[in-house]
Each structure stands twice: as C-alpha cells, then as structure tokens.
Design a protein around this ligand. Structure first.
Ligand code: DGL
Length: 269
C-alpha cells in the first residue's frame, strides 16, 4: 500500500503517559501531524496479562488505522514488550515500538555493557528488554526490575520530595548492587521523574547514564520516515483521542505534554 506523507502519525499508549513520546516526536519532527490515542478507560496495562494487553493493543491500532495514519508508533513500553509482533503481522504499515530504540540507545551508551532497566511488571516479566539488548550484543548483561509505584506517583504529579525519592532509591538498589553503568527508563511515565532518578542514581552509583526510550524512539522514527520517503512538509500538530475523559485531564495533559490544556475527543474502541 502506498502511504501518503501528509497523513498523520498514529501514536498510542495505555493512557496519557505516552504523551512523553509524542512530545519527543513533535520536537524531532515539527512538520508532522500526530494523532494520539490514550486508552484512558483501561489504563493501566502494566499490571495486566499479556493476552489482555494484546487484545487492547489491537483495538487501539484498529481505531488509528481506520482514521488513516502513515505509521503506527507504540508509545507504551508494556504494549511494545508483548504485542509488537502481533501488530506488525496484523498491519500493512510501519510499526515502531519503544523497546528496540531504547535497547539500541542503551547499548551505545554503555561502556561496560552492564545495563539496568526499570519498567512495569508486564514489561519486565516479558523479558523484552533483555531480548532486545542481547540481540544487539551477546556480551551485554541486563538487570531488569519492575518499579510499579512510579506510575501512580507520576499520575498524582508527585515528582519531588521524599516519597518519590525513597521509592526511586529502593528500585535503584538492585541495579546499584549489579553495578550497571546505564539505566533505561522503560516506561512512558519515568521521563517525568528523570531529574530525580538521575540524581539518586549518581548518588548511589557514581557515573551512570540514563537512557530515555522516548527520545531514542523519536530519533529512530525520523530515520524511518526519511528512509521510506514519508517525511511531511506540512504544519505539525497533535490531535488527542481518549477512551474516557480523566477527571484532571487538563492538568495531566499539561504535565505530560508540557503546555496548556488541549482539545480532546472521547472515542469508543
Ligand atoms: N504506558 C505504560 C508503559 O509504558 C505505563 C502505564 C501502564 O501501566 O499502563 O509501560
């Protein structure tokens, strides 16, 4: 199927956390239209079984493809971990997840190939990050741990102070013991805690690099669009679709997207 470069990019996530990925895409590709779908009626995905996440992901992908998009970006780490192969098999357009770009960025940032990963329970138990890293370097060691409390902390806007600091330190302990030199933020929500994660990791481990899979994904998407002749020359914007209107929608959107309240359309999947 010939794809039209002026079509929007379809980006979806379990909720609004994937706006951290949309924000990086908008910064890297300012001429692209982004159609963002947050499945706010069914968030979180990170605590659910792989079979359920696959089913939800297929419904989100269908909704975006029906609205015509030129590529699908799976902003959610949990969906990227358990459903990317199914989506690629189902769909006749480029599908990019966040795990492979994050793994590539981690391998290139690591000097000793000791790579730590934090993510949801679903992402970590899938083994997707170790698999992706080991496919790039068989010498790498991946120490992956679930950090489930960080998602609700970010959603509450609790980005500073003792509560997130103590949770972060606790989650970093096994990575510090394993002497990692890179930590991958393997969840849409963690980039908002990046300053604190970075500060605490340096305090505990000294010289350690933080890799944000949102940033790495935007860079790989730019390359993919160039390679396929799909770069838009039009005017960029972000259109938001959600499956339920969260109570503090404007506040949460502003937190993830970094500017004021936006128009949103509520859809059914
Ligand atoms: N979007 C999810 C992820 O990146 C985090 C939130 C959830 O559990 O749904 O894994």
């Amino acid at each position: 199927m010939a794809l039209d470069p002026s079509l929007p990019l379809g980006v979806f996530d379990s909720g609004l956390g994937g706006l951290t990925v949309a924000r990086e895409i908008a910064a890297a590709l300012p001429n692209e239209r982004i159609l963002y779908l947050g499945d706010t009626a069914r968030v979180p995905y990170g605590t659910r079984s792989a079979a359920t996440v696959v089913r939800y992901a297929q419904a989100c992908a269908r909704a975006l493809v029906q609205r015509r998009v030129k590529a699908l970006i799976v902003a959610c780490n949990t969906v990227s971990a358990v459903a990317i192969d199914v989506l690629r098999a189902d769909l006749d357009l480029p599908v990019l997840g966040v795990i492979e770009p994050g793994a590539r960025a981690a391998v290139s940032a690591s000097r000793r190939l000791r790579i730590g990963v934090l993510g949801t329970a679903g992402t970590i138990s899938s083994g997707a990050y170790p698999r992706a890293v080991l496919s790039l370097s068989t010498r790498a060691e991946v120490i992956a741990h679930a950090a489930p409390l960080l998602v609700p902390l970010v959603e509450e806007g609790w980005l500073e102070g003792d509560v997130p600091r103590l949770a972060i330190r606790r989650y970093l302990e096994p990575l510090a013991r394993a002497d990692v030199d890179v930590i991958v933020l393997g969840c849409t929500h963690y980039p908002l805690l990046r300053p604190m994660i970075e500060a605490e990791a340096r305090d505990m481990m000294g010289d350690v690099s933080i890799v944000d899979s949102a940033h790495a994904t935007a860079a790989e998407l730019s390359q993919l669009l160039r390679d396929r002749g799909l770069v838009s020359t039009g005017r960029g914007d972000i259109e938001l679709l959600v499956t339920d209107r969260p109570r503090s929608f404007a506040e949460v959107t502003a937190r993830f997207l970094g500017d004021g309240p936006r128009e949103v359309q509520v859809i059914d999947l």
